[in-house]
Design a binder for this molecule. Structure first.
Ligand code: AMP
Length: 287
């Protein structure tokens, strides 16, 4: 596995792969890798000839007062894990390489970027879209792999790629969880033992929501009230949002019919965690 740190070197490697007729899979990450990330690497290995994994803690997707400085970084460990998976290139540019002096251009996906996580992180998705589009241009992937853990991000990136005519297939993969159900996240490393236990409120409230819907509750308000109650009962937790939305366009659903995405963001102490579940109920027949 090669570790590439310059944009120029990454572009010429991509050009060589293309010239040789090899397909490229890209897995964009912020590093501090876990099984969730590695599941994407495995999917890319299966689907493409060459797998490029980017490890870049992207400053433009962090808001003021967020955890850009403290975000866990361990490139040596990441490289070891990626080598073991058989990744071909670890792309690890410096922030000044991606955002040199005079940098001025940002990509926005209107409306979608303001919902759910966008309400409490107003510049987050513009940072995500900007870096992902830059990575698409630098790495020129045929396929790019993202986790459903960040369901809103997946919808937004799909939209961006389609709207801006990027020739890349966006693949969304399932959420990988710890044995007790907590969705894996690099930010779980921030949690104390007590907080780690409290964090299960995300898993449990979503499980309960799914069960409630599957048993016939189709009013989102009732489902959301249960989630709020459950989170309120956990002293270390503070709800940022809970929402029931259309999984395709993230529009809020008042009544659940067909597919719905139930998404939550919860502060556990100072750590903000997200999780979601997709439910499918039979559509009511029109009379
Ligand atoms: P991050 O490093 O947190 O920016 O995540 C990089 C990619 O890994 C994103 O596409 C995430 O959605 C995905 N990812 C993060 N956690 C998980 C997980 N538990 N299961 C599946 N994919 C994940």
């Amino acid at each position: 596995m090669r570790i590439v740190t310059s944009v120029r070197a990454m572009k010429s490697a991509a050009a060589r792969f293309k010239a040789a007729g090899r397909t490229i899979g890209l897995v964009p990450t912020m590093g501090s890798l876990h099984e969730g990330h590695l599941s994407l690497v495995r999917a890319s290995k299966k689907a493409a000839d060459v797998t490029v994994v980017s490890v870049f803690v992207n400053p433009s997707q962090f808001g003021p007062g967020e955890d850009l400085k403290t975000y866990p970084r361990d490139l040596k460990r990441d490289a070891r894990l990626l080598r073991a998976e058989g990744a071909d290139i670890l792309f690890h540019p410096r922030p000044e390489e991606m955002y040199p002096r005079g940098y001025r251009t940002y990509v926005e996906v209107h409306d979608l970027q303001n919902r759910l996580c966008g309400a409490s992180r107003p510049t987050h998705f513009r940072g995500v879209c900007t870096v992902v589009l830059k990575l698409f241009h630098i790495v020129r992937p045929d396929r790019a792999f993202f986790g459903r853990k960040d369901a809103q991000q997946a919808v937004i990136i799909r939209r961006m790629a389609e709207d801006l005519d990027v020739d890349v297939r966006i693949e969304i993969r399932p959420i990988i969880r710890d044995s007790d159900g907590l969705a894996l996240s690099s930010r779980n490393a921030y949690l104390s033992a007590e907080e780690r236990r409290a964090a299960l409120v995300l898993t449990r409230s979503l499980k309960e929501a799914k069960m409630t819907i599957e048993r016939g509750e189709n009013r989102s308000a009732a489902v959301l009230a249960r989630i709020r109650r459950r989170v309120a009962a956990e002293p270390l937790a503070r709800l940022d949002y809970a929402a029931v939305v259309d999984p395709e366009d993230l529009e809020p659903l008042a009544v659940i019919q067909g597919r719905a995405l139930v998404a939550v963001a919860v502060f556990i102490g100072r750590t903000r965690l997200i999780d979601n579940v997709t439910v499918e109920t039979a559509k009511k027949k029109r009379r």
